[in-house]
Structures are given as structure tokens and as C-alpha cells.
Write a protein that binds this ligand. Structure first.
Ligand code: NAD
Length: 503
């Protein structure tokens, strides 16, 4: 049976290495629930070995010219494109999403690497001549040292690529702990990184669970931690990591609302909502899971059109690109989503389309759930308060845009949101005032492109700096400001006891 192990100091652990694989966890194919391999869960000692390797590799890597570090990223980009099909198959096999969707996330990851290739430009620093008599001053951005990343199951390629390429391009060394539910893709991409020329110890992968995470959060040698996952764990990672003196950015869960105004192009809004709610089976932190319709007429038309579209959805094995939606990631997650659907019915929401009990011929044991549509959902219901992370779209009915905005602002999460309208004034008011980090106007998944940064507000992000883009350069470096004078005749002034200024 295939064992997904670790990559430490440039070497993959051997599948029969019981010291490095003290515990193994089954990996299942979500489409069939067959066991397809075992993932090794690293012990504290194994994580410490990875940290030692990263620490040893740091001085030489830090001093390598940025242009040389980046040249490796150019090669990696090409290798990712050459191996795209294999990477997407690994994603689909463990996650369940349709291959085309996997290709989309990989492409977004590659775009992050393309942005990282401009690191020499971004690390140029800031220089001021003559800040005082014959005194020059400049700021430079130095790497932090050994950094760590902890990633979720739902973007096995893209989210790790938000982190380590920029971290190492800035001169840090890195330890990535991917999700134990979808570990193969990150490991394979790291192997491509080694093939591209990343030296031993600069990038290390440890697979594991809480034991590995806790070691990364508490070891003195780790300078910074990037985390993406659910809000309770994000909060835990942030509080534990910062209590241990680390710089931490921890991205959490979401509940993303779209407001549909009476003047919106409803066919366009419905098409956009279908993809945003049901694409990737709703397992996206930017999925739209609530449609807030302004006015009953808007709501009635919206629900009727959504019902029609849901009937056309093709659900089945993700390896078949003819399908729109694959299975949920695990049986346990399917049970959790179904539990929330039952809670919605009990709390009085109207289940207009019930996707439960669906069977895909040939894949009867898979974690399949058809698209579900709830109408007349209210604020206090569990299906509105919780992130369902499944193919469940809730429709809420309000009378005004302000009422819809109040619902969004009151929600604990603030990752993404969207307004469908033809009214520029409403769009401007909405984007200016809504308390959410990423806003779309007639764009349902406003995931920023690689040269902007990604991040939510409220309990969707613990920390200050967003992921990738310009914020990631700041996250993975620390500013040092140097003020320099070379005394020459004429600038010798003797002791000064007042605070130096240009006054
Ligand atoms: P998760 O929180 O269960 O796991 C994320 C990571 O944390 C994994 O590597 C896991 O091994 C580790 N982990 C889990 N439990 C832990 C514990 N008790 N102690 C220490 N580490 C632990 O998240 P998931 O189910 O893999 O991913 C889905 C979640 O991620 C959703 O809530 C989704 O919204 C969120 N997400 C957020 C973003 C974002 O950018 N805001 C992006 C993608 C996913």
C-alpha cells in the first residue's frame, strides 16, 4: 500500500521507515471510499528533524542572490505546467473535485509563482539620500529564518503555493504541513521544487496532525507561521503561535453572502450563483452559501430559476470532466453536512431542493450529496450561522439592500461577498461600507489575483497581513532601517545632546 511520507533535507522518507512513520492514517478516495493509501503522521521528533534541516540550510540560502533563488521559481513554474495533469489527478483522487476545477486551482497557484518571480524588484528596499548632513538612510527587507505553513484539505495545490514560494524567494527556509486528508499533491509539488533546484533543507514537507502542528507552533526556531483552515483551529494557531513569540497569519472559515437586487440581470446572477455555490461541492472558503434576495418578487424568480438549473447539474466522479460536481471529501464530512440540513428543516427553513440520498451509478459508496436549496432562511438558524462547506445554498428574503448588508455585517465571518445589480451607486455604497475583506460586484468569487493579496475580515482572519501578493512580501520579511554617515572633514560636529533633527 502507498505510504505518503515526508520530505526532509531533500530526501523522501522510505515507506517502511517506522521511525519516521510511527503512526499511519488511511487515505480514502471520496468517490468510492476505497482505501488508496496511508498518510504518515509525523512525531514531534520528525518535525524537529525537519526544523533542524531548515535551520542548517538557512544561512547559505539567505545569502544567495535573490535573482538565483527566483531562477528556481521560473523552472518550477515550467515543471508545474508540464506535470499539470498528474497534479490534478492527485488532487481529484484524494479531494474528489472535478479535474477541470483542480486545473483552475493549480493555475491560480502557478500565477502566484509568476508573481514570486518578481521578488528581486519587490525586495529592492527604500533609499533616501541626505536625511541629514552627509547621512543616507535605507530600509531593506530581510528574511525571518525558518517559517512554517499549515494548510487545509480543500486546495491541496493552491494554498501551499500561496505560502512557501514567496517565503523561500525572500530567503527563508520552510516547513509545510499539508492536510492529512489530501497530502499527495503538496508532496509531489515539493519534489518538483527539488528537481527545479531548491537545495536540501530549504523546503521540507512533514505530514501529520495536531502533534506536528503543535511542534511547529511551540519550537523556538520557527519564526513565522501561515495557517489556512477552519476558524476554531485558526484561532488556536494564532493564539498559541503568538504566545510563543511567532509572527502568525491564520485564515479561517467563511459564510459568504450574495445580495441580489431587483434590478440585477437575474440570468447572469443565477449562473454565477450556481458555480459559486455548488462548484467544488461548496468546499471553498469563498463559496457563496447565502443568496439574500431584495424583494419577494426577486426571491420568487431567483428560487424558480435556481431550481431549473439545479435539475441540470451533473454529479459524479471527479475524474470525468463532464461532471459539474464530485463527492464531498469524507464520509464524516458528508454526515456533518447532512446533520446541518436536518437542523435547517427542524428550524423551519423550506428545503426547496433536497439532494440527500442521491446515488451515483457505479459509485454507490462514494460521499455524494446532490445540490440542496433552502428558502426562507433566517439569521439565527444554524444553517445561516455555520459554515456548511457543502453543496447547500440558503436563500434569505429582505426588503432593502441595507437590511441585507446588516445581516452580512452582523455575521461572525467576513471573507467574501458579492452584490448583483445594475445600479452603480448601490454598488459603490456596498463596496465602500460592507464589513468584508473581499468584495465582488457581479463577480461571485472575488478571489484576488496573484498581484493583489487575499484575506477576510472579522473571524475569517487572525493576524494583520493578507496572503500572497504584496502583503506576503511583508509577512515573510522584516524591515531593517540603516542610517549611515561616513564622517569626512567638515561634518565632524562633536557631541550633540539634543535629539537629532533637520530643525
Ligand atoms: P481544518 O481546520 O480541519 O484543518 C486545517 C489544518 O489544521 C490541517 O492541516 C489540519 O491537520 C490542522 N488541524 C486540524 N485540527 C487541528 C488541531 N486540533 N490542532 C492543530 N492542527 C489541526 O480545516 P479543513 O477542514 O482542512 O479545511 C476547511 C476549512 O478551511 C474551512 O473552514 C474553510 O473555510 C477554510 N479555508 C479557509 C481559507 C481562507 O483563505 N480563509 C481557504 C481555504 C479553506
Amino acid at each position: 500500500m502507498k505510504v505518503i511520507g515526508h520530505l526532509i533535507n531533500g530526501k523522501l522518507s522510505a515507506s517502511d521507515d517506522s521511525a519516521q512513520h510511527p503512526r499511519l492514517q488511511d487515505l480514502t478516495n471520496p468517490s468510492t471510499n476505497e482505501i488508496i493509501g496511508k498518510v504518515a503522521l509525523a512525531s514531534k521528533a520528525t518535525v524537529e528533524e525537519a526544523i533542524s534541516a531548515a535551520e542548517a540550510a538557512y544561512p547559505a540560502w539567505r545569502n544567495l542572490p535573490t535573482a538565483k533563488r527566483v531562477r528556481i521559481m521560473y523552472r518550477l513554474r515550467d515543471l508545474l505546467e508540464e506535470n499539470a495533469e498528474k497534479i490534478c489527478e492527485l488532487i481529484t483522487l484524494e479531494h474528489g473535485k472535478v479535474l477541470n476545477d483542480a486545473m483552475g486551482e493549480l493555475q491560480r497557484g502557478i500565477e502566484n509563482i509568476e508573481y514570486v518571480c518578481s521578488a528581486p524588484e519587490m525586495l529592492k528596499g527604500e533609499h533616501s539620500k541626505n536625511v541629514g548632513p552627509a547621512i543616507d538612510s535605507w530600509s531593506e527587507f530581510q528574511p525571518l529564518g525558518v517559517c512554517a505553513g499549515i494548510t487545509p484539505f480543500n486546495f491541496p495545490a493552491m494554498v501551499p503555493l500561496w505560502m512557501w514560494p514567496m517565503a523561500i524567494a525572500c530567503g527563508n527556509t520552510f516547513i509545510l504541513k499539508p492536510s492529512e486528508r489530501t497530502p499527495s499533491c503538496a508532496l509531489f509539488i515539493a519534489e518538483l521544487g527539488i528537481e527545479a533546484g531548491i537545495p536540501a533543507g530549504v523546503l521540507n514537507i512533514v505530514n501529520g496532525d495536531k502533534e506536528a502542528v503543535d511542534t511547529l507552533l511551540t519550537d523556538k526556531r520557527i519564526q513565522a507561521v501561515s495557517f489556512v483552515g477552519s476558524t476554531p483551529i485558526a484561532e488556536y494557531v494564532y493564539t498559541t503561535g503568538t504566545a510563543h513569540g511567532k509572527r502568525v497569519q491564520a485564515f479561517g472559515g467563511a459564510k459568504n453572502h450574495a445580495i441580489i437586487m431587483p434590478d440585477a440581470d437575474l440570468d447572469n446572477a443565477v449562473a454565477a450563483l450556481m458555480g459559486a455555490a455548488y462548484g467544488s461541492c461548496g468546499e471553498r472558503c469563498m463559496a457563496i452559501s447565502v443568496a439574500v434576495a431584495v424583494g419577494d418578487e426577486t426571491a420568487n424568480t431567483l428560487v424558480a430559476k435556481l431550481k431549473e438549473q439545479i435539475a441540470q447539474l451533473k454529479i459524479g466522479d471527479g475524474m470525468n470532466n463532464q461532471n459539474d460536481m464530485g463527492p464531498l471529501v469524507t464520509q464524516a464530512h458528508l454526515n456533518k453536512v447532512e446533520g446541518l440540513i436536518s437542523a435547517g428543516i427542524e428550524e423551519g427553513a423550506e428545503l426547496v431542493v433536497d439532494g440527500r440520498n442521491m446515488k451515483v451509478p457505479g459509485y454507490e459508496r462514494g460521499n455524494y450529496l446532490g445540490a440542496c436549496l433552502f428558502d426562507r432562511v433566517s439569521e439565527e438558524m444554524a444553517i445561516h450561522r455555520s459554515e456548511i462547506f457543502g453543496p447547500v445554498l440558503c436563500v434569505m428574503r429582505v426588503d432593502t439592500m441595507q437590511e441585507a448588508m446588516n445581516i452580512i455585517d452582523a455575521h461572525e465571518y467576513g471573507n467574501g461577498t458579492c452584490l448583483f445589480t445594475r445600479d452603480g451607486e448601490a454598488a459603490r455604497y456596498f463596496s465602500d461600507n460592507i464589513k468584508v475583506g473581499m468584495v465582488g460586484i457581479n463577480v461571485p468569487l472575488p478571489v484576488p489575483v496573484a498581484h493583489h493579496s487575499f484575506g477576510g475580515w472579522k473571524r475569517s482572519l487572525f493576524g494583520d497581513l493578507h496572503a500572497y501578493g504584496p502583503d506576503s512580501v511583508r509577512f515573510y520579511t522584516k524591515r531593517k532601517t540603516i542610517t549611515q554617515r561616513w564622517p569626512a572633514s567638515g561634518v565632524r560636529e562633536g557631541a550633540q545632546y539634543s535629539f537629532p533633527s533637520n530643525g
